[in-house]
Design a protein around this ligand. Structure first.
Ligand code: SAM
Length: 459
């Protein structure tokens, strides 16, 4: 009989439970993890992160979208030698603590463009960089180069091989996509004009505009443009000075272009880590509504990119996905787009039910109470929900009692091995039902609201 050994190299910051946990994920009930020297802990002192969250489900099914039948072992290989060093990325984001731990270290030298690639970056809701990174890693021809937080958004930087930009069109977790013109660092005393001209070098601009004309519209000799600037260390100079400086650099480079607002082309320059800046032209139009959701947006509606990420965390589409507090149905729309065949929504507010039915006609939406769902036990493969907490929506009565009722009901209707993903700022002690095993918890900043993401497996 053959014995097959599969290796996962895991960085656990010394927690000896992690190796066993992964072994259990791989082979429930019979997993065994070992150190490289054969001792039975499964921990190496320093190694790579394995993104097992998206790769393996406890029932043995593979959870990451787009990689059927493969177990992902990420960040291993000589190419990624630099990934062995702990990276300082994202430390600046208060919403990205977990990103450092969960993001596989496929970081390559940021300052050297790969030949034949387009240098790009994407912005995401703060706290989402790890999820965006995981999505990008699934795409062929995409190489992550760096990441950060510019005070308003998470940023993920990457190179895309020739002919592979098309794959980015399916990305639903990013807010905006950019073709990079240039990146630079600044030191004390470095002033906006110097930074702006380094971030707008002729060869980088030519490449970025070629991507822009391919993705957005053909370039013309006279164009309108505007500049957006973000600076982390505002004590040195305000963002307006950097915006003005980049505007002047562009005016010298493209004398027939005119500043305007709104404009045909947006040039961004942003400090994504302290002292590190990147500039680029925006390829996406975030103001355009998605075709399949948001038709009846109400206050408190989730950004579709976040809804898409939550749905992604529910794993590969099974049969039934439920949102028991569906509001206008953003999550339902993203679940259908992700390929869930049966998507169900419930909301206690009849207006929300009407809105969700209008927005997402492909979903089944019923008026009801998340504390007593009209479904038999263990019939749902995944629950994904943005629970009613925040300025617009407050659950009525005692939060602890309300949450206890909703979480117990979520556990009851989900089948063992199913996934329960939700947003709520906090969960009081002893409220999480025993049937739900917490896998992941991290902060997320929605417009006007700091909340938390919770990912649980139904035992
Ligand atoms: C934050 S909103 C959800 C927004 C939704 N994710 C979206 O993007 O449109 C929370 C929703 O929970 C609903 N809700 C409040 N209490 C509920 C309950 N007991 N059962 C079901 N829905 C409830 C509210 O009516 C509201 O529509």
């Amino acid at each position: 009989m053959f014995q097959v050994m599969i290796g996962l190299v895991v960085h656990s910051q010394g927690d000896p439970r992690v190796g066993q946990h992964i072994a259990e994920l791989l082979a429930p009930g019979q997993g065994r993890a070992a150190n490289v020297d054969g001792s039975a802990a499964g921990i190496q002192p320093e190694g790579h992160w394995v993104n097992h969250r998206r790769s393996i489900r406890p029932d043995g099914r593979q959870a990451a979208q787009g990689m059927p039948g493969k177990v992902g072992v990420l960040g291993i290989g000589e190419d990624h030698a630099s990934s062995l060093q702990p990276q300082p990325w994202l430390r600046s984001s208060p919403y990205s603590e977990r990103v450092n731990r969960d993001t596989p270290r496929r970081v390559e030298r940021p300052d050297r463009p790969r030949p034949g690639t387009t240098r790009m970056f994407a912005t995401a809701v703060p706290g989402m960089a790890a999820l965006v990174t995981a999505d990008l890693e699934q795409l062929p021809g995409v190489h992550l180069t760096d990441a950060g937080f510019d005070g308003g958004s998470d940023l993920v930087l990457f190179d895309v091989d020739r002919g592979h930009r098309v794959h980015l069109q399916g990305l639903r977790t990013i807010e905006d996509l950019f073709a990079e013109t240039g990146r630079t660092t600044r030191s004390d005393g470095d002033l906006p004009p110097g930074i702006a001209s380094r971030a707008w070098p002729p060869d980088g601009v030519e490449k970025a505009l070629s991507a822009w004309s391919a993705e957005v519209r053909p370039l013309s000799r006279t164009m309108t443009y505007q500049v957006i600037a973000r600076v982390l260390q505002k004590r040195s100079f305000p963002p307006a000075e950097l915006r003005k400086a980049l505007g002047q650099v562009i005016a010298r480079d493209k004398p027939r272009w005119n500043l305007a607002s709104p404009a045909q082309l947006e040039a961004w320059i942003t400090e994504y880590q302290p002292g590190r800046l990147i500039a680029g032209v925006r390829l996406s139009d975030a103001s355009a509504p998605r075709p399949d959701s948001q038709k009846a947006a109400r206050p408190g509606t989730l950004p579709p990119t976040v809804a898409a990420a939550l749905v992604g965390l529910a794993g590969e589409p099974g049969d039934v996905l439920l949102d028991p507090c569906c509001g206008s149905g953003t999550i339902l729309g993203e679940a259908l787009a992700a390929g869930w065949p049966a998507v169900q929504g419930i909301d206690i507010d009849p207006e929300a039910v009407q809105a969700a039915r209008r927005s997402v006609p492909g979903a089944g939406v019923l008026e009801g109470d998340a504390r007593s769902v009209d479904l038999p036990g263990e019939t749902v493969d995944a629950i994904v929900s943005n629970l009613p907490f925040g300025p617009e929506y407050e659950a009525k009565g005692d939060m602890r009692i309300w949450l206890t009722g909703v979480l117990n009901e979520m556990a009851r209707v989900t089948r063992p091995g199913g996934r329960v993903v939700f947003l709520v700022p906090s969960i009081p002690n002893n409220v999480m039902p025993r049937d739900l095993e917490l896998r992941r918890k991290e902060p997320l900043r929605l417009p006007g609201l700091k909340t938390r993401l919770w990912v649980c497996d139904r035992r």
